[in-house]
Design a protein around this ligand. Structure first.
Ligand SMILES: [Zn+2]
Ligand SMILES: [Zn+2]
Length: 248
């Protein structure tokens, strides 16, 4: 199966999995992988690395925006099989270990089942491993403040609300912001196209998610790579403002 890989900037690839996106940052023979899709996206994940001329062996580290199953799906598989570290914000580390789970429950999804797109999304989520346990045995917090010494030199930016330890990643040199689920450009359960917050039921603390849009608004960049929806070109500042207006 071919993966839907887009070359969006120098050494930067956005991959659309079955519903969730991940990003591959390449530098010479090495790569950084940001997020890993659902457990059921594994074949596409491995194919996408091959399509950009990389491989799991060449991945220096896996960065995770947040520990929901649709982003964490293959993190433990990669760590256990290839030995690279899995890094998250320190507040997200216990979430990745599954000491707790701040993810929308099946009951809440069913309660929202009358909303357009919710039931088909839920069926896909369950089929893709959205409810199976995928703990990471030894997740690590970011090794330093500021730019990480990894391909792409990503700078973690704490953007809590969707989860407590959600992080976006800023690539200041190329003007790219990898926003995870703190700011998306579409979702099967939303009729809105363009920059927006995910529907309310998906956020652990929606008010904090709204406040984190201010943080994203302050990042210089003109290419937004969200966890869901297409790449969004244009000032990241305006994208964050648009999402804020839609959220109020
Ligand atoms: Zn999420
Ligand atoms: Zn997600």
């Amino acid at each position: 199966m071919r993966a839907d890989v887009q070359h969006v900037a120098d050494g930067t690839y956005l991959v659309h999995g079955s519903n969730t996106n991940w990003v591959i940052l390449t530098e010479g023979d090495s790569a950084t992988l940001v997020d890993t899709g659902y457990p059921g996206d594994r074949e596409q994940l491995l194919t996408s690395l091959a399509e950009v001329g990389s491989s799991p062996e060449a991945v220096t580290a896996v960065l995770i925006t947040h520990a929901h199953n649709d982003h964490l799906g293959s993190a433990e598989y990669l760590r256990a099989s290839y030995g690279m570290p899995v890094y998250l914000h320190e507040a997200e580390v216990p979430h990745a270990r599954r000491e707790f789970l701040h993810q929308v429950s099946v009951g809440t999804v069913l309660w929202n089942g009358w909303r357009p797109g919710v039931l088909p999304w839920a069926v896909h989520a369950i089929r893709s491993g959205g409810t199976v346990p995928v703990p990471v045995a030894s997740p690590e917090s970011f090794p330093a403040a500021g730019p990480l010494d990894l391909p792409g030199r990503p700078v973690p930016v704490h953007t809590p609300g969707h989860t407590d330890g959600h992080a976006a990643f800023h690539l200041p040199d190329s003007g790219v912001v990898i926003s995870g689920d703190a700011l998306v450009s579409g979702h099967p359960t939303s009729r809105t196209k363009g920059p927006q917050l995910l529907p309310d039921m998906f956020h652990h603390q929606r008010a904090r998610a709204v406040a984190s849009l201010d943080v994203l608004e302050g990042l210089a960049g003109d290419l937004l790579l969200p966890g869901h929806g297409p790449a969004h070109r244009g000032p990241v500042r305006e994208a964050a403002l648009q999402a804020l207006e839609r959220a109020l």
